[in-house]
Design a protein around this ligand. Sequence first.
Ligand code: CAA
Length: 385
Amino acid sequence: MKVGIDKIGFYTPNKFVDMVDLAKARDVDPGKFLIGIGQNKMAVADKSQDAVSMAINATSEYIDKIELDKLGLLVFGTESSVDQSKSASLFVKKALNLPKNIRTFELKEACFGLTAAIMTAIDYVKAHEDKTAIVIGSDIARYGVATPGEVTQGAGSISLLIKKDPSIMEINSETSMYSDDIDDFWRPNNFKCALVDGKYSTNVYLDFFKHCFEDYTQKQNLKTSDFEALLFHLPFTKMGQKALKLAIEGQDPETTARLLDKFVAGATYGKEVGNIYTASLYMSLLSLLEVDQPKAGSLIGLFSYGSGAMAEFFTGRLVDGYEKQLAPEKHKEMLEKRQKLTVAEYEEVFNESLKDLAESQEVQSDANGWYFAGTSNNIRKYSRK
Ligand code: CAA
């Protein structure tokens, strides 16, 4: 049975910081951020956007186009959870009026969360072939003002519909996985920003990629040249570029040029948005499809990495006519119409968003769409503008 991605929704908040401004403010050569890290801008979530509101906005992009009576599962992968107990997916379900007779929950394994949700959804659809599943990744990457990780922050969400005979990409059943208990990046319950062993985390990422990619290509009898594109979890775009370099070492010039070109197309949105943890790999897939439009039938390799650490390499094939499901103009407009913050404004927004909420507190938003409207007796409220 062919199962895979049938719809994609994308959302990123309406504010950003330019990396040249950030470099100047931190007394760093802009070349380090633009080339060494590979980021142009980073999305900034003010306190009216959280993992839930971004997820509702991303899912809203396609919810009117799907058959709600077929929906059986809604899984929310995040490491920016808004509650220690209640699943973020229940807020989404309420906002979008989704049916009550579905299974819904939140799951976590750092940036691997959306991949975990996708694999769960594929197994679910294979067991219940008339049913569909919504899977969401939504995160705000926070390391802190003037930390080494600051340049790799970002915010956004990707929402996918998984179904039989999908219209965008069929996902192949075979995958290669690798996991180990590693302290490369983590966020204890009493911390609002991530803790990270930066250099070590990049080495572990590359090591896990080598394990998964070698295992997959050997077992599936594939060569690097068989891939139309290789896509990566992109905590910052240079990270994916380093992994790609390992895959293209010693390849013929045509394969090397193609995989480099497709990587650049796949990194276009990430360069503008920054790290969105669980959703980063799938923002890269969307970016490749919308910026480059590879031909239908192309084999795409996807490397998912979640610190802690868990990695998986898998592949998909693009379906004939997939481009009809995309919204490149809308996404371009969403990125272009964002408000540019000065570094001082970003710091204020950042520090404000870290503050604890009062028991009852109203939150205003200056953006269209769904937003976090504040608390009432410690219950979170979401509204739409
Ligand atoms: N022009 C061009 N390049 C320059 C430059 C200049 N003027 N100055 C420096 N550079 C280059 C450096 O040579 C270096 O390149 P290489 O990596 O190719 O050697 C690059 O810029 C970065 O420089 P540093 O290594 O000195 O950077 P740093 O010490 O400030 O930290 C970082 C970089 C470790 C990535 C840090 O930003 C960080 O900790 N980020 C968060 C952790 C992270 O994202 N880890 C990724 C793997 S973990 C994961 O994937 C899960 C997740 O989402 C978090």
